[in-house]
Design a binder for this molecule. Structure first.
Ligand SMILES: [Zn+2]
Length: 407
């Protein structure tokens, strides 16, 4: 817990979180507390009272292993029951049946909170980000305009990274006439589109309309089958990806997003070992800046770019209780509230939309995205990047930090 009340209040105002939310698995160092020391952060759990961060004569002493807080353990997704039906692929159910059903189930399962957006004011920080932000607050406490904890190109305060999941073949047929694509064109935004390999074909022809404008294309599984993370499907599909043009050198760096965010340590382990050019993923909702993805406790070369802004259809379904005219307003409000918080701390503003009629291409949600992009454009301190550009910036940054010799 943060001992000093003013700092505790400031941290909570900035991140929407309390120090007590974070459980750090780390090594504690031996420490002799002096009577003149000012304890800033102390353990409120196992070693109750143990001084974790201490201010001593203008120096900030951290009494635990900061690096250890970077390890990010995560559990495999539970395999959906329908994926056990032999030969059954949920994607072969026509969207007109599948989507309303899935939206209906999500709406039924929603907590029934009538439009509360408070949850979006809480940033999904990793343990490492918690430590970094807290140390930055302590070190910049006396600055009039505190330096943000994370640095972005051109002195921007935060970066906006728009992503899209293409779930069915319709988008590539509509091409330049696609309504979601046109909304981005209106705002002159380049973005990253994740497409299943089954829709892409052998050449880049079908996505030429995206690439010629500087957009990027990544992987969204092979055919959007929800069995992707599980054996033997993971092995088969990773092999297909490896042999597709997505993993050719001129598509560097290749990124991906798993269908329905279903994932397994096994899948990412295979991707890491077999697809040397698959370099980033966007399937996690935890974190506000990129981090190294670990599988089974092993660090991979895959950079995780977490999704930080709530997805339109998820908020839409969670608000099933309120009239649809108000619902769209609430979706936008939730997205902008989270975005403001991310700008304040200087994180990555990443959003996912779906070029599908039942999802982001409902007229109400197209309008939400249009207004959301207008908001982003109205904030000059926000830079706009594709997934590949963010990967290049972040990985170069880290190389420089790791090799002081180069500096
Ligand atoms: Zn999808």
């Amino acid at each position: 817990m943060i001992v000093r009340k003013s700092l505790d209040d400031r941290f909570t105002w900035l991140t929407g979180r309390k120090a007590q939310d974070f459980v750090l698995r780390t090594k504690l160092f031996e420490f002799n507390l002096r009577t003149t020391d000012d304890v800033i952060l102390r353990d409120s759990m196992g070693n109750e009272g143990f001084p974790l961060i201490v201010l001593r004569d203008e120096e900030v002493l951290v009494n635990f292993d900061i690096h250890a807080t970077q390890s990010f353990e995560w559990k495999d997704s539970k395999r959906p029951i329908y994926t056990y039906i032999p030969g059954f692929n949920i994607q072969t159910v026509p969207p007109v049946v599948r989507r309303p059903l899935s939206n209906f189930i999500q709406a039924r399962c929603s907590s029934g909170n009538a439009g509360g957006i408070e949850q979006y004011l809480q940033l999904p920080l990793t343990n490492f980000e918690f430590v970094v932000l807290l140390c930055n607050l302590i070190l910049t406490a006396n600055e009039e305009e505190p330096t943000p904890a994370f640095q972005w190109p051109d002195g921007k305060r935060a970066v906006f990274v728009p992503f899209h999941d293409v779930d069915t073949g319709g988008f590539l047929k509509r091409g330049e006439r696609d309504p979601l694509f046109l909304v981005e064109q209106k705002h002159r935004i380049r973005s990253t589109w994740f497409v299943p390999t089954a829709f892409l074909g052998e050449t880049k022809e079908r996505v030429a309309f995206l690439l010629k404008l500087g957009n990027e294309v990544g992987w969204h599984g092979h055919n959007h089958d929800h069995r992707l993370p599980f054996s033997p499907f993971a092995e088969q599909r990773v092999n297909i990806l490896k042999n597709s043009w997505l993993c050719e050198s001129d598509n560097y760096p290749a990124g991906m997003r798993t269908p329905k965010l279903l994932k397994s340590n096994h899948l990412f382990d295979l991707l890491d070992r077999n697809c040397s050019r698959l370099l980033y993923d966007t399937s996690f909702l935890q974190g506000i800046v990129p981090y190294d993805l670990c599988t089974n406790g092993r660090k991979t070369k895959i950079l995780e770019i977490p999704i930080t802004v709530p997805t339109d259809i998820v908020v839409w379904n969670a608000l099933a209780g309120i009239p649809s005219a108000r619902r769209a307003e609430k979706v936008l409000e939730a997205q902008i509230s989270r975005t403001k918080k991310l700008i304040e701390v200087g994180g990555v503003i990443s959003i996912v939309t779906h070029p599908e009629r039942e999802l982001s291409e409902r007229p109400e949600l197209l309008n939400v995205y249009d207004q959301y992009l207008s908001y982003i454009k109205s904030r000059p301190e926000v830079g706009i990047m594709t997934g590949g550009e963010l990967f290049k910036y972040w990985s170069k940054d880290r190389t420089q930090a790791d090799s002081p010799v180069l500096g």
